[in-house]
Design a binder for this molecule. Structure first.
Ligand SMILES: Cc1cc2nc3c(=O)[nH]c(=O)nc-3n(C[C@H](O)[C@H](O)[C@H](O)COP(=O)(O)OP(=O)(O)OC[C@H]3O[C@@H](n4cnc5c(N)ncnc54)[C@H](O)[C@@H]3O)c2cc1C
Ligand code: SF4
Length: 479
């Protein structure tokens, strides 16, 4: 065992410093400062090098965390970078936005022993940021081109990870995406203060330089049917994510100035990217000087409240029907939001939107929680006669997402879907019921996490490659 490790008893846990809340809410830049070299080394040296590393088991990519922490502690960053990239296509992105408290860090043994977790995500980001700065990350050099092509629908993390892995093997890859920029929710969903956009552009530019073709502003279902796309390629991956906002059906739902989270976040992200956004520029989707109410306690809700604060809202309130302990969002994000001035109304549920043509307030009822059900979550129930009114110039609904009706959208009624509308796959090989058509990411799992989308993108590559090898053999026999 290296003398450089097991320092958790002497060295305390330290995250990269956070910018002061009154400073960081003035802009949309990331809230954490970068780790300095010595700090990253020092924090890595706290790892106890467990024989059975629970951090690795609980990382969806099974990242070899103890080994790259050891390499970092020893100052062997080039090797650490190679190891980090051997299991992850976007380590700096995961290092920034994985809910580590529920994944790797939440299962760190020294955290459980009361010493405070190793700051795994920050070290992962540090290693990869250093690699970018030193020019160690290079486009793929294909050694042997293979004359088979794959069409990937969706340039989110699942589609991008699969494209990169297939290209490494020499396949021809084209990604089709209905947005004007690649990245999926990384670009238009997740705000800059969690993930600065240059890091996504840097990744997608690398893929372009690696020979992967991107067709933006190209919607499968509108510009081409799935059937016709299948004729153009040897295999297809559907990685379209989930975008249909869940609705609240309440009196007053049709009043003006009630928006979905994605409408609000996309407008804000586009402004940050320098686009002209009419609905923002004319004030409709701008929270400035308004009383804003966000409904929902998940990570999307947290992104909305913190975006509204940065747009200089007069007040920002979050309504959530359960309590703090039972909310789905990351505890760290709630804490950040509170620091930035967001007011949380726990155990509160909207009952009615009030206003003439535009919303002006919400009638809210108080809730109480029952014992946990079989899913482990406590069911909320309204408290009679507990209503109160909350002023609102703009309401943002962040209640989650459902899949769009893909069989209809793709003019492919034979594509099998589950009762939730997600695409049904054979769990052994991630193939849909249509031969040579595979699916991965949120469109299979339902709304999930970037790290799981990357995992799916990597897993599906193995099956696509097997399918293409068999197809090639069959085609050769016929010829
Ligand atoms: C506001 C918000 C914040 C989030 N924050 C986090 C976070 O902090 N950490 C985390 O791990 N996860 C977070 N997530 C979840 C994460 O972003 C998703 O789980 C992940 O992006 C899913 O990846 P994907 O590739 O499956 O789909 P997506 O990222 O949704 O990408 C799908 C792509 O498919 C394209 N597409 C869709 N239909 C078509 C079509 N018909 N034709 C062509 N292209 C099409 C879309 O334009 C899009 O680019 C957040 C999600 C949201 C909404
Ligand atoms: S990918 Fe996410 S879960 Fe895995 S080590 Fe990195 S931050 Fe932790």
């Amino acid at each position: 065992m290296s003398e450089k490790m097991l320092k958790f008893v002497k060295i305390n846990k330290q995250m990269p410093t956070k910018r002061a809340s009154n400073v960081r809410t003035e802009d949309f830049k990331e809230i954490y400062n970068k780790f300095m070299n010595d700090k990253a080394k020092e924090q890595s040296s706290r790892c106890s090098q467990c024989g059975v590393p629970f951090c690795q088991i609980h990382c969806p990519l099974n990242n070899n965390i103890p080994d790259w922490l050891k390499l970092t502690a020893e100052g062997r960053l080039r090797e650490a970078n190679e190891l980090v990239h051997s299991t992850n296509n976007m380590p700096e992105i995961c290092g920034s936005i994985c809910p580590q408290d529920r994944l790797c860090e939440g299962n760190c043994v020294i955290e459980r022993a009361g010493h405070g977790t190793v700051t795994i995500g920050s070290v992962e980001k540090y290693i990869t940021d250093t690699a970018w700065a030193k020019g160690w990350i290079k486009p793929i050099k294909v050694l042997r081109e293979i004359d088979q092509s794959i069409g990937i629908i969706g340039a989110g993390p699942a589609g991008l990870a699969c494209a990169e892995e297939l290209r490494k093997s020499g396949y021809k890859v084209t990604i089709y995406d209905r947005y004007d920029r690649p990245g999926g929710l990384l670009i238009y969903g997740i705000p800059n203060f969690k993930l600065e956009k240059f890091s996504i552009e840097r990744r997608t530019n690398l893929l372009k330089k690696s020979g992967i073709k991107f067709k933006q502003n190209f919607e499968v279902g509108k510009n081409i049917s799935l059937g016709d796309l299948r004729k153009k390629h040897d295999a297809i991956l559907i990685a379209t994510g989930v975008y249909k906002a869940r609705e609240v059906d309440l009196p007053g739902s049709n009043l003006k100035n009630i928006f979905s989270a994605m409408e609000f976040l996309t407008a804000s992200n586009r402004k940050g990217l320098g686009d002209k956004v009419k609905s923002f520029d004319n004030g409709t989707l701008n929270a400035e000087k308004k009383d804003i109410v966000i409904i929902g306690g998940g990570d999307t809700g947290m992104d909305c409240v913190r975006t509204a604060i940065r747009q200089n809202a007069k007040s920002v309130k979050c309504l959530y029907r359960r309590d703090r302990d039972n909310m789905p969002g990351s505890a760290r994000e709630v804490y950040n939001a509170e620091e930035e001035g967001v007011e949380f109304n726990w155990l509160s549920n909207p009952k009615k939107f009030i206003g003439k043509s535009e919303v002006s307030s919400i009638l809210v009822e108080r809730m109480k929680l029952h014992k946990a059900d079989s899913s482990g979550r406590k069911k909320p129930e309204p408290i009679p006669n507990s209503e109160f009114e909350v002023k609102a110039d703009m309401v943002i609904k962040a209640l989650g997402f459902n899949p769009e009706n893909l069989p209809k959208l793709f003019s492919s009624p034979d594509l099998s879907i589950s009762k939730w509308g997600t695409i049904k796959i054979n769990l052994k090989n991630m193939e849909t019921n249509l031969p040579g058509v595979f699916a991965a990411g949120d469109i299979v799992r339902g709304a999930s996490l970037v790290v799981w989308a990357i995992r799916d993108g990597r897993d599906v590559t193995i099956s696509i490659k097997k399918y293409l090898e068999q197809k090639l053999k069959k085609d050769e026999k016929v010829a």
